[in-house]
Design a binder for this molecule. Structure first.
Ligand SMILES: Nc1ncnc2c1ncn2[C@@H]1O[C@H](COP(=O)(O)OP(=O)(O)OP(=O)(O)O)[C@@H](O)[C@H]1O
Ligand SMILES: [Mg+2]
Length: 225
């Protein structure tokens, strides 16, 4: 944690409904810079919805969200996209790699979108892939990689822009326990080394163990565990 930086995430009185159904009601939460938080909760409790709100992918109905000091709720679509590019890294259960790009090209995408030149974007991406143990698979397409390898590519892509916040939605849900354990150790190591905060949605105790704080989302909102 770094007290001189703004919180990685600040939610104040956030509510969200889909149609008549209230999914999130008056949530407040602060995640400090560099803090690692696990978010647990039943299926359908609104965990992914909360990540989408934080990332500015969905508008809030009420309340305010700041990410690394930027008020997400006031951004237009372009502003939210820019914030995601420079402040947020995503890791998903289903990896979401681009199938026609090789590992280096997948990791380089956020850098290219931020205007970095191709040669240096590829060099930085190759260096980070080497760090996650994929130095020999730089040219492999996602379909040529195992699930654990694909998740390491996705993790490198999430961290290549040195985001203040990593949002991970069940990142090990598609991996066997041993591979999941390796992926979790790598997430913990890279997130700590980069100083990013982590909000990790998970059903797994094994995954929650890499966090220093645990929250549960239930029908009465967020509670510390
Ligand atoms: N775009 C949408 N339109 C309407 N309803 C939605 C939409 N997105 C989510 N919901 C509903 O909101 C509720 C919360 O969904 P969400 O995906 O956030 O749950 P979750 O906690 O991530 O669940 P899981 O653990 O199964 O991933 C669900 O009942 C879902 O059907
Ligand atoms: Mg979900």
């Amino acid at each position: 944690m770094n007290a001189s930086l703004p919180p990685a995430v600040m939610l104040a009185g956030v509510s969200k409904s889909y149609g008549e159904r209230c999914i999130l009601d008056d949530l407040s939460l602060t995640i400090s810079a560099g803090e690692r938080v696990a978010l647990l909760g039943e299926s359908g409790s609104g965990k992914s919805t909360l990540l989408n709100l934080i990332a500015g992918l969905e508008p809030v109905d009420a309340g305010r969200i700041e990410v690394a000091g930027t008020d997400v709720s006031r951004l237009d679509a372009d502003g939210a996209a820019r914030l995601r590019r420079h402040a947020i890294g995503f890791v998903f259960q289903a990896f979401h790699l681009l199938p026609h790009l090789n590992a280096v090209q997948n990791v380089a995408v956020p850098l290219l979108l931020s205007g970095e030149r191709a040669a240096s974007a590829q060099a930085r991406s190759a260096a980070l892939l080497t760090r996650v143990g994929l130095g020999a698979r730089l040219d492999a397409r996602p379909r040529e990689l195992s699930g654990g390898e694909q998740q390491r590519v996705a993790l490198a892509r999430a961290l290549i822009n040195e985001p203040a916040l990593v949002l991970a939605d069940e990142p090990t849900g598609n991996l066997d326990p041993a591979t999941a354990g390796q992926a979790l150790a790598l997430i913990a190591e890279l997130v700590a080394a980069s100083g990013a905060a982590l909000l990790l949605v998970t059903h797994s105790e094994q995954a929650a163990a890499i966090a220093e704080r645990r929250l549960r989302l239930g029908p009465y909102g967020l509670s510390e565990q």
